[in-house]
Design a protein around this ligand. Structure first.
Ligand code: GDG
Length: 486
């Protein structure tokens, strides 16, 4: 069997739990297959030379962890700069926040080249390489330039915006061309896949070979939508474990006279936090029966705190929460409990289970695992209600949630009220359907679907060589789509 090599910006010990959707999903994947996990060590070397960094290799159970240090200059250009100052905002449709002219691109290119140089000697001939996320788009092209012929797949965890938004990136042609060095490119949603298909045909003159295969730059790439899931059983087990139970009992007791609403995310402008607090405020104004009763616990775990846009958001959020509490709070009731700290993963499920309503209302999100974790943690006999942004990738699958437009503050307040008043039988039916969906498309399904499709890309290429005389447009045969709609 081929060895799996996973590459992502950050690497975590898969035997320990970690915050962050990607870390959690990749740890699950590697724990079940073993293999090599390669990425940045998390260390920056002050005064280190750009384009250079020491490699560290260690064993964590069945998984080999290989990490590279980065010079402070490379970290600034590659991570804070191009990845999070250009690609993250643009891919989340925030052209206004992108810093195109700051010259970050050289750091991004240098680190991708450095990663390729360090990874190449560690590879075995029949390895299957799976590269993750926007930090590493050009990595396959760098590996190919060094002679790598192994199968390489790429998965984008964040959304891919429409053609004209991508086109605002000065290096968009180079960036999207780099995707053709992969055998398979995976997206979270059908919407992202459609954006890719339109972009490559309109901007790169790609030929649509059918079955989501596209030919350009003398290479054929296959694309697909592989919505990421969670390990539902593991999460349900955490809910019933001691820490989860303790948290549930404590919160249930403390809020026995209140209606508890919950938000959990990294503090990030894509998550729609200010809009959510405004909608909660509107709820209190418009539906006064919630006064002295509805309480929002908002966990916003620290993230990218060395970037200005994030410190601005922190200030805005603190001021908004303060004003809601100041305007509406009573001596014995604080409407918003805002927590800017990381909560231990073992406790999260208890918190989810104690909440009557979860507010998952990003302005844009690749998938959103919190929505799925909330569903997994519920008591099926008395489940809470999920209020979900239609702009989260998860909304394509979780149609039985209450879907909202997070820009419509008034509409969101009305939907939150509907959630708070939803009768038990409706809550049960919606929860059952949601649970069925996240069980079927869990993290194991995601891994299998992607890796099976990647394994099939050779067959695809051979098939394509045999069928060059066939009509151009073939029926859509991507198995993932069929299994999802069935
Ligand atoms: C990216 C994409 C995509 C959050 N706060 C705490 C905490 N978390 C955990 C949650 C969840 C994870 O972090 C967040 O995952 P999301 O999917 O919601 O969001 P991103 O971090 O932005 O992830 C996203 C994902 O990649 C996977 O592809 O779904 O769209 O943006 O697991 O539980 N965990 C702990 N304490 C916290 O305070 N322990």
């Amino acid at each position: 069997m081929s060895r799996l090599v996973v590459v992502s910006n950050r690497v975590a010990d898969p035997r320990k739990t970690a915050a962050g959707g990607l870390a959690v999903a990749l740890a699950d994947t590697l724990n079940s297959t073993g293999g090599l996990w390669f990425g940045w060590s998390g260390h920056t070397v002050e005064g280190g030379l750009p384009g250079e960094g020491e490699l560290h290799v260690q064993q964590a159970g069945d998984v080999t962890l290989a990490t590279v240090d980065l010079s402070a200059e490379d970290h600034a250009g590659y991570y804070l700069g191009y990845s999070n100052g250009v690609l993250w905002p643009v891919f989340h449709y925030r052209l206004d926040l992108a810093r195109f002219d700051a010259g970050y691109i050289t750091g991004y290119q240098r680190v991708n080249r450095l990663f390729a140089q360090k990874l190449m000697p560690l590879l075995k001939p029949d390895d299957v390489i799976w590269i993750h996320d926007y930090h590493l788009i050009p990595l396959a092209a760098e590996l190919r330039a060094l002679g790598c012929t192994q199968r390489i797949g790429f998965f984008l965890h964040i959304p891919l915006p429409p053609q004209l938004v991508i086109a605002a990136i000065p290096q968009h042609e180079w960036l999207m061309r780099a995707l053709f060095a992969y055998d398979l490119v995976g997206f979270q949603s059908e919407a992202d896949l459609l954006h890719f298909s339109r972009y490559v045909q309109a901007e790169a003159g790609a030929v649509d070979l059918g079955g989501n295969r596209f030919r350009a730059f003398n290479r054929t790439v296959r694309a697909g939508a592989f919505p990421i899931g969670i390990d539902v059983d593991e999460f349900a087990a955490l809910t019933h474990a001691r820490d989860g139970q303790d948290m549930f009992t404590r919160i249930k007791e403390e809020y026995s006279r209140r209606k508890l609403l919950l938000g959990v995310e990294r503090l990030d402008y894509s998550k729609g936090l200010p809009q959510r607090i405004r909608a909660f405020k509107r709820l209190l104004q418009k539906y006064p029966e919630n006064l002295k009763s509805a309480t929002l616990i908002q966990i916003a775990s620290p993230s990218r705190e060395d970037m200005d846009t994030y410190t601005d958001l922190l200030e805005e959020l603190e001021s908004l929460c303060g004003s809601v509490n100041g305007d509406f709070g009573e001596l014995d009731w604080m409407p918003v409990r805002y927590i800017h700290r990381n909560v231990a993963r073992k406790r999260l499920p208890g918190l989810y289970r104690a909440a009557r309503v979860a507010l998952v209302t990003p302005l844009r999100d690749g998938m959103n695992l919190v929505a799925k974790e909330f569903i997994a943690a519920q008591d099926p006999a008395d489940p809470g209600v999920l209020v979900l942004s239609r702009f989260a990738g998860a909304a394509e699958q979780l149609q039985d949630a209450l879907l909202v437009n997070p820009y419509d503050i008034d509409g969101m307040a009305d939907t939150i009220q509907q959630a708070l008043q939803m009768p038990l039988d409706e809550r049960q039916v919606r929860h059952q359907k949601l649970l069925r969906n996240i069980r079927r498309f869990d993290v194991h399904w995601w891994r299998r679907a992607f890796l099976d499709a990647l394994a099939g890309t050779d067959a695809d290429a051979a098939d394509h060589r045999r069928q060059t005389s066939m009509p151009k447009r073939q029926p859509d045969t991507l198995a993932v789509r069929e299994s999802q709609s069935s």
